[in-house]
Design a protein. Structure first.
Ligand SMILES: [Mn+2]
Ligand SMILES: [Mn+2]
Ligand SMILES: [Zn+2]
Ligand SMILES: [Zn+2]
Lengths: 133, 133
DNA sequence: AGTAATTTTGTAATCATTACAATTATATAT
DNA sequence: ATATATAATTGTAATGATTACAAAATTACT
């Protein structure tokens, strides 16, 4: 994955900050909050502003290369994986994992005559690691 | 449904404000925000404080007679229906409808060896009413 | 009634996010 | 290469939802 190219292909000028922020999202795949991205990158990019992180993520979402995940109220998380998938959050360790979804199963059983454009599935519980220790 | 009894059964002293707030939730079933509850009840209960609405809903959630629904970031909604079910939000008229869920289908296909305690399913799109006009 | 416990209220504090204007960096034209 | 226009980044202030907190009001108990 060539990040500058990927950004350019999606009509985003690949500035240094944008590259670094997308690189973080894409490599970690950890569904970070704005604050985590900022705190992680700020030491390496001393001039980085939190506003830039907000602006950049907003742009990524508009251009379709990033999705948002809102499981807990008052914390939005960001995800470089934009294909439809679900999330599992462990309420012990806090980790958020991707889960595959068979959306069809869901849609068949729900109300007819609606047009569904977006599907959010969030499971919350305890992960295997936290269960066995 | 006798609301004072229902509150008392769940270890909640049925004060006037609590009764009115739960009555609103239960009768409208409209997944309101704190602000909508406050704005609706304030004219009828002139002394009502928004803090009371917050406090009361927090208590209802703790005692298990109300659930929260967070579809859009930065707006939490409340629901007197606590049995597991999904939600569909129309992004034209804004209405939020309940949808039945076959959770088993969902769980079978997802990661094994986890304990799922809560399931949130949110569909977003256009409702039948808005599609046909 | 008198006292204690609980609930409600209003105001101030907090925290995430957005608005905005100034600065810096990049692209284009001369 | 220099000047000019355009775009991106930054820092600070504003907004808005939620929470903290202490005073006032209500309710329960003796
Ligand atoms: Mn994901
Ligand atoms: Mn509902
Ligand atoms: Zn865990
Ligand atoms: Zn609609």
């Amino acid at each position: 994955m060539n990040i500058p190219n990927y950004l350019a292909e999606h009509d985003i000028k690949p500035s240094y900050q944008r590259i670094r922020i997308f690189e973080y999202l894409y490599q970690k795949m950890n569904h970070p909050t704005v604050d985590l991205i900022y705190k992680t990158l700020a030491p390496e990019i001393p001039t980085l502003s939190k506003t830039t992180v907000y602006n950049t993520l907003k742009l990524f979402v508009e251009k379709g290369i990033t999705s948002t995940v809102t499981i807990e109220q008052n914390e939005v998380r960001y995800d470089a994986l934009v294909e439809e998938h679900g999330h599992f959050k462990c309420n012990i360790c806090g980790e958020i994992k991707d889960i595959p979804l068979e959306i069809e199963k869901l849609k068949i059983s729900s109300i007819k005559n609606i047009s569904v454009e977006q599907t959010q599935v969030h499971l919350i519980g305890k992960c295997n690691k936290c269960l066995t220790q």
